[in-house]
Design a protein around this ligand. Sequence first.
Ligand code: NAD
Length: 249
Amino acid sequence: TLQLAGRLALVTGGGSGIGRAVCTILAREGAKVAVVDIKKSSAQETVLSLSQSSQHESFETNVSSSSEVTKLLQQVEEKFKTAPSIAIHAAGITKDNFLLKLDEQSFDDVINVNLKGTFLINQAVGRAMQKARIENGSIVNISSIVGKNGNVGQANYAASKAGVIGLTKTAAKELSRYNIRVNAVLPGFIITPMTETVPDHVMQMIKAMIPLQRFGQPEEVAEVCAFLASPRSSYITGQAIEVTGGLNF
Ligand code: NAD
């Protein structure tokens, strides 16, 4: 097993896609899950879908708001009577346009949710773990292969996800003294609501570049997150792990 029974996991973006798949696997492995999303109804829906749903709880939080993130950690500790020992940070958005057309608001929005949100969640969770002297803490931040390689139409998104890698590697160095590991997962092209709007001809073009010749499923990313959450990955920290079917465009 992944040795997660009885542990508390906080999962942001838990109302959809990759975050929801993470909640499913962690719950199946016996963890209690704090399902966090800006959409309350989506987080509630996830909780209801989980095995032993009464063990879990949904929380409505905008991860780009420091006051909401502070309140979230308080509410989670109140509800579960412990700090989380696992955090999977999957909340994220896209607002795509070509660099020459990208407006300032779309840049700010994506940086605020994807990068500042990662800072706020890592800081709040790190503080809570340190204060509670949690053993074997693990934080997993969802970046993207786009953060490493760039992508046409995604200057804001690529910049935010590159930032997530830098933040992850720094957090890993600083939090190691508290026995907290911090890693990033870089998904390739995964079938979720986020990728639903991509036009068909673009889908075909991307697929042709993937060595495994297919898109990924959210569960295939979630499995890697669950491994990194588990003490079975006890000697891995500060890493950026690609889950892309080999895509490295
Ligand atoms: P998704 O849109 O299905 O899920 C994202 C969830 O985050 C949604 O439920 C949304 O409500 C929530 N969210 C958005 N803004 C939020 C905020 N400010 N506060 C709290 N919650 C918020 O997308 P997904 O594909 O499951 O993406 C999950 C993560 O994986 C994201 O960080 C995304 O950038 C990353 N990613 C996805 C892909 C892909 O191909 N799908 C590839 C690489 C990286």
